[in-house]
Design a protein around this ligand. Structure first.
Ligand code: CDP
Length: 231
């Protein structure tokens, strides 16, 4: 069976990674979370005092990019690859609201994007990959056989993310999560380099009223049709 590339883009907290993981598992494909890479670079910037609420030393971050080594390691029990920053598993540390608060600023830096897009293209070289992010269908894999663009109302997205963070034990409020979601949408859609836009040939799915199962079935059906179409 021919393997294809599946690009899933969309606004923050639309459940892209949930469906991408499910589809990858079902098809025996590799799942790549491109957002995790931007989050890991952001964690590096926070840890090294390069970004805070009143300052972002962009030049220093660009200068230190060579020191940032990102790798993925497949976790058998989770069923997907976890991200490592300079050898440390940072999968959990990159999901905090603190990292979410800075990540869109870091992701707007062209030099950061260039570095990560090279890694992402390489990971998808052999096809059989499901990658989610903001610019996967437009910049990373403009020739992807299937492109999905996920949307949902900001309130729905914020309440889903709020639940996730509560389950992790993070002390946060719904209002703070909603504020973060809308702020990131604004920065991600208005930045100069690779803004979040729906690729012309992407299929839009609004999952505000879809269950996880319905969303999975919808994307799986699209994937199967696409795979059959190219055989
Ligand atoms: O919170 P959510 O899962 O929706 O976001 P994410 O996929 O983890 O991505 C975090 C942030 O990284 C986004 O808000 C973007 O600023 C940035 N990002 C990007 O610029 N390009 C990508 N391909 C993926 C993420």
């Amino acid at each position: 069976m021919n393997k294809i590339t599946i690009a899933i883009d969309g606004f923050s907290s639309t459940g892209k990674s949930t469906v991408a993981k499910q589809i990858a598992k079902e098809l025996g494909y590799v799942y790549v979370d491109s957002g995790a890479m931007y989050r890991a670079v952001t964690l590096y910037a926070i840890k090294n005092g390069l970004i805070s609420h009143d300052d972002f030393n962009v030049e220093a971050l660009i200068y230190q990019l060579d020191k940032i080594n990102l790798t993925f390691q497949f976790n058998e029990s989770l069923g997907y690859a976890e991200v490592y920053l300079n050898g440390e598993n940072v999968e959990s540390k990159i999901r905090t609201l603190e990292v979410s608060g800075f990540v869109s600023q870091v992701a707007a830096v062209s030099e950061v994007r260039q570095k990560l897009v090279v890694i992402q293209k390489k990971l998808g070289e052999d096809k059989g990959v499901v990658m989610d992010g903001r610019d996967i269908g437009t910049v990373v894999f403009p020739n992807a056989a299937l492109k999905i663009f996920m949307t949902a109302s900001a309130e729905k997205r914020a309440s889903r993310r709020y639940k996730e963070l509560l389950e992790r034990g993070d002390a946060i409020t719904y209002e703070a999560v909603l504020e973060n979601v809308t702020q990131r949408d604004r920065i991600d859609t208005t930045r100069e380099d690779s803004p979040l836009v729906k690729a012309e040939d992407a299929i839009e799915i609004d999952n505000s009223e879809l269950t996880l199962k319905e969303q999975f079935e919808k994307v799986l059906q699209l994937a199967k049709i696409t795979i059959e179409g190219i055989e």
